[in-house]
Design a protein around this ligand. Structure first.
Ligand SMILES: Nc1ncnc2c1ncn2[C@@H]1O[C@H](COP(=O)(O)OP(=O)(O)O)[C@@H](O)[C@H]1O
Ligand SMILES: [Mg+2]
Length: 289
């Protein structure tokens, strides 16, 4: 999607659950957009944990040590207000957020990482989303945060806490005349084993998508490459650099394709170069790593 309006496109990573892959997805989206030549801003609303913030610190150090410029976003961490009064805390959070948005106003995209908990800062982040991406692991426990599932695991009884929270933020956004949030759920850490569970979860997600109001997009397989480069602030999208010091493997090609597929599904830009058939064949034959 080419940008026609001047306002940055805001992508929020959200899920009221830690460990589902929000920060990992945020890092990969930011670096992918940077490599495509976009001006990217990022906001860490989980600044207490600070995964995204530390990732960019590591990236800056690596760039300095390698003496090569690695593209970096304009990054703003926001710690939530510690004020005793909820009203004062909310005002302080809103002010910090408004300042961050002003700072990042010249960007094409702003990627916002949120904590795995329902905080007023996280809610505020959700109201800003043009695109909301919720990574879920392939487990009934994760799905339960989107919709209450009946005891035999085959029916959705009602939307759950997180879905209701998103619904509230959609309403708030509508009141202020914002475009509707495009809510995308992706499956993360997909296992190449356990085909039955994968199918069951897939069917349930289709039901949830209709009931709760999101769309599904391709996610990420469980792969070491999605986590091993964190200490150096790199992603597999930096691997083509001959000086990255990581041996190139075909599973990296497949992983990179997963990131591209997500970007394409978000609709941020037209489909990019596809993995050619020979590469895809080797990648499929190789175990995920
Ligand atoms: N696709 C993946 N393959 C392998 N490890 C992953 C993948 N996605 C996330 N992880 C790992 O899972 C853990 C939780 O991911 P993280 O992005 O920190 O989740 P969140 O931000 O939602 O708490 C981290 O250790 C991360 O490295
Ligand atoms: Mg995180």
């Amino acid at each position: 999607m080419s940008k026609t309006d001047r306002r940055p496109h805001v992508i929020v990573l959200g899920n009221e659950k830690g460990g589902s892959g929000k920060s990992t997805t945020a890092m990969h989206l930011v670096v992918s957009l940077l490599h495509d030549g976009h001006r990217v801003g990022s906001i860490d609303l989980d600044a207490r944990q600070g995964s995204l913030t530390r990732y960019f610190e590591n990236r800056r150090k690596t760039a300095a040590e390698m003496l090569v410029p690695l593209p970096l976003p304009q990054h703003v961490p926001i710690l939530r207000s510690q004020a005793d009064s909820a009203a004062v805390a909310q005002r302080e959070d809103e002010t910090k957020m408004a300042q961050a948005l002003q700072e990042l106003d010249a960007c094409d995209y702003i990627v916002i990482d949120t904590p795995g908990a329902d905080t007023s800062l996280s809610r505020l982040g959700h109201t800003l989303a043009d695109t909301l991406i919720t990574p879920v692991n392939d487990s009934f426990l994760d799905l339960d945060l989107l919709g209450r599932i009946d005891t035999d695991g085959a029916k959705i009884l009602k939307p759950s806490v997180y879905a209701e929270m998103v619904w509230e933020q959609r309403k708030t956004r509508a009141i202020y005349g914002g475009k509707p949030i495009d809510w995308i759920v992706i499956r993360n850490r997909l296992s190449s084993l356990d085909a039955k569970n994968k199918r069951d979860i897939g069917q349930l997600l289709e039901l949830l998508a209709k009931r709760v109001g999101f769309r599904l997009a391709p996610g990420f397989t469980e792969r070491v490459i999605f986590r091993e480069l964190f200490p150096r602030g790199l992603t597999l999208l930096d691997l083509s650099r001959k000086d990255s010091g990581v041996a190139w493997r075909m599973s990296h090609v497949a992983a990179r394709q997963e990131v591209r597929d997500l970007i394409d599904a978000i609709g941020l830009k037209p489909a990019t170069t596809r993995m050619n058939e020979a590469e895809a064949h080797v990648a499929a034959a190789e175990p995920a790593a």
